[in-house]
Write a protein that binds this ligand. Structure first.
Ligand code: IVH
Length: 665
C-alpha cells in the first residue's frame, strides 16, 4: 500500500514540477489551470495522509511557514562581487583596450547580457536538490532566505540533470505587471505604495512569512554557474547548461566580437527596454572565455573581466535655490545643492551633492539657476547641467570660503587637488560624522544613538571621540534634550550590545580612510587582531592581495597616530572585540565546532548579534533544529524549535546560561 502511494506521489511530483517548469520557465504551459489544480489537490491529499513520504522537491513544499524572526548570516564560498559601471561609450572602449593590453594578441569574445534591475541571489544545490538561497549582503556574507526562495516558481527545487554540487547566481525580479498588481491591492487597502519593482522584490525576499512572499510572484533569471570542476570553457556554455538544468536564463544574450557590436546591442536595448515585461537598467558585458576570466581575476570589488554599461538615467529640471556646505567625517567640505523639491525616479529630491569646487566651476552652477537632475541606477541624484537660457539676472555664483563653516579652521586643498578639507581633526562637524559612522548599522550598529543625540554629545562636549561613548553614564544622558531615563537606558544597552560586534565591524567603524566594509574584513581576516595590525608595516599590509598602496599607507598612518591609538585603547578597555574569530590567539572558543540555534527573543542581543556572538565563540549558527544541532539557546517565547530540541534531547540553555558559557555574563 505504502509503496503504491509512494509511487503515485513521486509521479505526481514529477508531473507537477514538469508543468511548473513549462509554465514558469518556458512560458509554454502544457495543461490547463484546472488540470494543474486537480493534480495538486490529489498530491496534497496523499501527502497529508503520509507526511513521511513527502519528497524534498514536492511542489507542496514551496510554501512553508516556519520562519523565526531573522535570517541567519551565511558566508559566501566565493564572494559575490559587483560590477564596474559606466554610462559612456568612451569607458567601454577603454575597458576593451585594457583587456587587449592585458591579454596581448588573444582573441576576445564578449557575451552581452541584459542587466536586469532586481536583487542578486545565490542558490546552492546538493545532489540535485535546492538546499540554500542566500542574498548578496555585503558581498562576503549574506542572509539565508531559503524558505522565501523556494516560493519562486522559476527556481527549480530539483535540477533536471544530476549535479553533485553547484552554486547558481542570478537576479530575482518582479515583472512590471505583478508590481502594478501589488500596488493596486495596496492602494485598495490604503497601504503605502512601493516605489519600483526592484525595491519591492528586495523587500519581498525579507518578509518573515513565505506565504506572503509566494503571493508576490517573484521571478528569477540565472546568470552564473559555479561548480567545483568547471565543465565548460565559456560563460555562454554555462548559461546553456543552466537552461538544461531547468533555470530561466535571459534569452536576449548576444555574442559580441567588437566594441561596435556591444554599442549596437546597448543602443538597441536603450530604445527597446519598454518592450520587455521587466525593468533593465543597462547591459552587462562579460569576457566569454573562462580561462581568460581566470587570468584577469578580480579586485576586492569587481571582476576585471566584466563591465556594466548602464542606460542613461531619468532626468528632471528644478530650481537650485541655494548652495550650502557640508563637512564630512574626514574633513572634506562638500558643496550641496538645496533644491526645490521634485519627484525623480520614484522619490522626492530636495538636495544633491555638487561634489567639489571644481565641479561647480566647470558646470558654472549658480544659486538661483534651473538645473537638470539625474538619478542613475544608484539612488544618489546628481546635478548634470545648468539650463543657461533660464538663468535669472540675480543668479549668484558661489565663492568657496577660506575657513571651515563649522569651526573656522583653515581650509586646504587636498593632495588630490580636488577636495577641500578642514584641517582641524577636532572640528565638531568631523567629530559628529565620525561618531555617526561609528554607530551606523554596518559598523557598530548602536541602537538608540540617533543623529540628534550625537549632535548633543558633541556640542555639550560630553564626548571627544568614539571611545568616550563607553564611559557615558545614564544620569548625564537622561538630562539631555528629548531624553529620559528609558531612552538613556536604551542607549546604554545598545552600547553594551555593540561590544559583541565582530572585529571587522570595529575596524570598519574606526573610519580609517579608504577602509570600507570589505577591506576591513580582509584586514581582520588576515591579521586577526588589532595588535597584530598595529605592529604591521605598510609593506606588510600592502602584501595582501586585495590591498593597494594607498590603503596600506592610510591604515598604517592611522594606527601610528597618537590620538587614534588613544581611542583604540579606550575601546579595548571598554571591552570591544578587537580580535578576529578566526585567528584569535585566545585558543579555541567555548562553542568550537558546535552548531547552535538561537530561538525566541533575547534581551542582551538582537538575533543577528546573537549569531555574531555564537560565531565569535567558535560556533556555527544555523536556523533549524535537527539531529546535527549541538545547542539551542532559547529566549522568551521560544516556540516549535524549543519543542523540537526537547524531543531530540538537545542541550538547551536560557539566555543567562548562554551568556555565562560565552563569558559575557
Ligand atoms: S554578472 C561579478 N549578469 O548587477 C559580477 N549581473 O553590480 C556578477 N545583474 O549584483 C554579476 N543582471 O545582481 C551579472 N546579466 C547579469 C546581471 C547582473 C543584473 C546584477 C547582479 C549584480 C549587479 C552588478
Amino acid at each position: 500500500m505504502s509503496d503504491q502511494v509512494k509511487h503515485r506521489i513521486a509521479r505526481l511530483v514529477g508531473e507537477l514540477n514538469e508543468h511548473s517548469y513549462r509554465y514558469y520557465v518556458l512560458g509554454a504551459p502544457a495543461v490547463s489551470d484546472e488540470e494543474f489544480d486537480r493534480l495538486m489537490g490529489e498530491l496534497e491529499e496523499l501527502e497529508s495522509g503520509h507526511p513521511d513520504l513527502v519528497p524534498p522537491d514536492s511542489p507542496t513544499r514551496r510554501v512553508g511557514s516556519d520562519l523565526s524572526g531573522t535570517f541567519p548570516a551565511v558566508r559566501h564560498d566565493v564572494p559575490m562581487l559587483s560590477l564596474d559601471n559606466t554610462y559612456s561609450e568612451a569607458d567601454l572602449i577603454e575597458f576593451d583596450a585594457r583587456l587587449r593590453r592585458e591579454l596581448p594578441g588573444e582573441d576576445l569574445v564578449y557575451l552581452a547580457e541584459l542587466k536586469v534591475d532586481g536583487v542578486a541571489l545565490s542558490l546552492t544545490y546538493e545532489n540535485g536538490l535546492l538546499v540554500r538561497g542566500v542574498t548578496r549582503g555585503d558581498g562576503l556574507q549574506g542572509e539565508e532566505i531559503t524558505p522565501n526562495v523556494r516560493t519562486i516558481r522559476s527556481i527549480p527545487l530539483r535540477l533536471r540533470e544530476p549535479v553533485e554540487r553547484c552554486e547558481v547566481r542570478g537576479e530575482v525580479y518582479l515583472t512590471r505587471e505583478n508590481f502594478e498588481a501589488i500596488n493596486r491591492e495596496r492602494e485598495e487597502r490604503e497601504e503605502p505604495l512601493f516605489a519600483n519593482p526592484r525595491n519591492t522584490a528586495a523587500g519581498s525576499l525579507k518578509i518573515q512569512d513565505p506565504r506572503l512572499v509566494a503571493d508576490r510572484n517573484l521571478s528569477f533569471f540565472a546568470h552564473g554557474l559555479l561548480t567545483a570542476e568547471p565543465q565548460h570553457d565559456r560563460h555562454s556554455e554555462s548559461l546553456d547548461r543552466l537552461e538544461k538544468l531547468g533555470f530561466s536564463v535571459n534569452s536576449e544574450r548576444r555574442c559580441c566580437n567588437s566594441t561596435d557590436d556591444i554599442v549596437a546591442y546597448w543602443r538597441m536595448w536603450d530604445g527597446d527596454r519598454e518592450s520587455l515585461s521587466y525593468d533593465i537598467d543597462g547591459i552587462v558585458v562579460k569576457l566569454d572565455a573562462l580561462a581568460q576570466q581566470a587570468r584577469l581575476g578580480a579586485t576586492a570589488k569587481s571582476p576585471r573581466w566584466a563591465f556594466a554599461f548602464k542606460f542613461s538615467a531619468e532626468r528632471v529640471r528644478t530650481r537650485l535655490s541655494k548652495i550650502s556646505l557640508q563637512v564630512g567625517r574626514t574633513g572634506v567640505v562638500t558643496p550641496v545643492a538645496e533644491l526645490e523639491p521634485v519627484l525623480l525616479a520614484g522619490s522626492t529630491v530636495s538636495r544633491a551633492t555638487l561634489h567639489n569646487a571644481e565641479e561647480l566651476e566647470r558646470k558654472d552652477i549658480r544659486q538661483g539657476d534651473t538645473v537638470v537632475l539625474e538619478k542613475g541606477g544608484d539612488v544618489i541624484p546628481k546635478v548634470v547641467s545648468v539650463v543657461e537660457s533660464e538663468r535669472p539676472a540675480d543668479a549668484r555664483t558661489f565663492d568657496f570660503p577660506e575657513t571651515c563653516p563649522v569651526c573656522d579652521a583653515n581650509l586646504v586643498k587636498d593632495e588630490s587637488e580636488v577636495a577641500i578639507r578642514c584641517v582641524n581633526s577636532g572640528c565638531a562637524a568631523q567629530l559628529k560624522g565620525r561618531i555617526r559612522h561609528f554607530a551606523s548599522r554596518t559598523a557598530m550598529d548602536i541602537e538608540g544613538l540617533g543623529h540628534a543625540l550625537v549632535d548633543q554629545f558633541v556640542e555639550k562636549e560630553l564626548i571627544r571621540d568614539a571611545g568616550d561613548l563607553y564611559s557615558l553614564d545614564v544620569e548625564k544622558v537622561a538630562e539631555l534634550e528629548r531624553m529620559a531615563e528609558t531612552s538613556a537606558r536604551n542607549l546604554m544597552n545598545g552600547l553594551e550590545r555593540s561590544k559583541a560586534r565582530p572585529f571587522h565591524n570595529v575596524l570598519f567603524a574606526l573610519g580609517i580612510r579608504h577602509v570600507g566594509a570589505t577591506v576591513a574584513r580582509t584586514l581582520a581576516d588576515h591579521f586577526g587582531s588589532i595588535d597584530r595590525l598595529r605592529e604591521a608595516s605598510a609593506e606588510e599590509i600592502e602584501a595582501i592581495h586585495e590591498i593597494g598602496g594607498a590603503i596600506a599607507e592610510s591604515v598604517h598612518a592611522f594606527l601610528k597616530d597618537e590620538n587614534n591609538a588613544a581611542v583604540i585603547d579606550k575601546l579595548k578597555k571598554a571591552g570591544l572585540t578587537l580580535k578576529g574569530e578566526k585567528q584569535s590567539d585566545a585558543g579555541p572558543g567555548p562553542l568550537d565546532g558546535k552548531t547552535v540555534v538561537v530561538t525566541g527573543s533575547l534581551t542582551r542581543w538582537g538575533r543577528q548579534q546573537a549569531q555574531d556572538a555564537v560565531r565569535a565563540a567558535g560556533g556555527k549558527p544555523t536556523s533549524s533544529v535537527s539531529k546535527k544541532t549541538d545547542l539551542v539557546v532559547a529566549g522568551e517565547n521560544a516556540g516549535s524549535k524549543l519543542e523540537k530540541a526537547r524531543e531530540l534531547e538537545i542541550e538547551i540553555l536560557d539566555e543567562d546560561g548562554f551568556a555565562r558559557l560565552i563569558g559575557v555574563a
